[in-house]
Ligand binder design. Structure first.
Ligand SMILES: Cc1ncc(C[n+]2csc(CCOP(=O)(O)OP(=O)(O)O)c2C)c(N)n1
Ligand code: SF4
Length: 289
């Protein structure tokens, strides 16, 4: 008998046995996952060799939902975990997808050093300006004067500018989009998947349940519409000069896209200078040191 049940359009990319997911309605995370999976597919790489690593938080659930090898690691430790994976098996494409709190608060030190070393990782930070999963506490990205459950009079702290920080720390690729720039996100995922070195993408995404509610932002869709109005694309912008606040422009684009030796290439270069029979030395005919 023919089965006329409608198929989920993302069925081939998601672990359907985990559905329904736990994300709130009109949260931006679903769109981010769709764009990520489509971008990876378009990148033309073997999806059996793609691994997703997440830390803890609402964004951290991505690792559980994508139909790829994936690891849901401890809070803040997605990057060290991903580093180990990539070092142990350089054939893998390793993508870290995690929240702004996970990557820039508890995990902040790991992120800047991974960028400094130019580790071969693709890091996607979903920035919803708050700690979503734990009830809306301040994150290091919460804009000045925004309300959170730990800032009932408005936030007094200057937030990190994520793209500025990643670029200043040495990332080879740095982009920022909102969760409405779905084609742009796919393009960036495709580029990052095929690019060597530390690639970083910030995706500004609505948290309908805590950030929107505490800041009278309406639904997630209302927030997305607001972000769309505020977003401008300027690839030539200096990433260190485009912080995000509560009502100014959201400058989006690809701000850094350069070639430089990765950590592994520097290891090879160092070893080849010393001894070519070292167990870690792998002759690479394309790269002459
Ligand atoms: C060591 C440790 N400290 C604190 C927590 C509690 N905790 C869970 S998720 C989270 C923050 C999540 O925020 P973010 O990374 O921005 O993710 P979101 O939920 O907003 O996507 C915190 C502090 C934890 N799980 N482990
Ligand atoms: S709490 Fe916020 S970030 Fe978490 S699932 Fe709900 S809307 Fe999304």
């Amino acid at each position: 008998m023919q089965n006329n049940e409608p198929k989920h359009p993302m069925e081939q990319y998601l672990r359907m046995d985990r559905m329904p997911h736990i994300w709130c309605s009109s949260c931006g995370l679903g769109s981010v996952v769709t764009a990520f999976m489509k971008g990876m597919k378009r990148a033309g790489i073997d999806l059996n060799k793609v691994v997703v690593v997440s830390g803890i938080g609402c964004t951290g659930r991505v690792a559980g939902y994508v139909k790829l090898d994936s690891y849901h690691t401890t809070h803040g430790r997605a990057i060290p975990f991903a580093t180990g994976l990539k070092m142990a098996n350089r054939d893998l494409t390793v993508a870290v997808i995690s929240g702004d709190g996970d990557l820039f608060a508890i995990g902040g030190n790991h992120l800047i050093h991974a960028a400094r070393r130019n580790l071969d990782l693709n890091v996607i930070c979903v920035n919803n300006f708050i700690y979503g999963m734990t009830g809306g506490q301040n994150a290091p990205t919460t804009p000045l004067e925004a309300y959170s459950s730990t800032a009932p009079y408005g936030n007094y702290e200057h937030p990190f500018n994520l793209v500025g920080l990643a670029a200043a720390a040495g990332a080879s690729y740095v982009a920022r989009w909102t969760a409405l720039h779905l084609q742009r996100i796919q393009d960036s995922v495709e580029v990052m998947a095929n690019k060597k070195g530390f690639c970083f993408m910030e995706i500004v995404s609505p948290c309908s349940t805590v950030f929107a509610r505490k800041n009278k932002g309406g639904t997630g869709l209302d927030l997305l519409q607001e972000y769309k109005q505020r977003a401008i694309i300027d690839h030539s912008a200096n990433p260190t000069e485009i912080p995000l606040d509560m009502d100014g422009e959201m400058v989006c684009g690809v701000f850094v896209n350069e070639e430089k030796l990765t950590f592994w290439e520097n290891v090879q270069k160092g070893i080849s200078r010393k001894v070519k029979r070292h167990p870690l030395y792998v002759e690479d005919k394309k790269t002459q040191y």
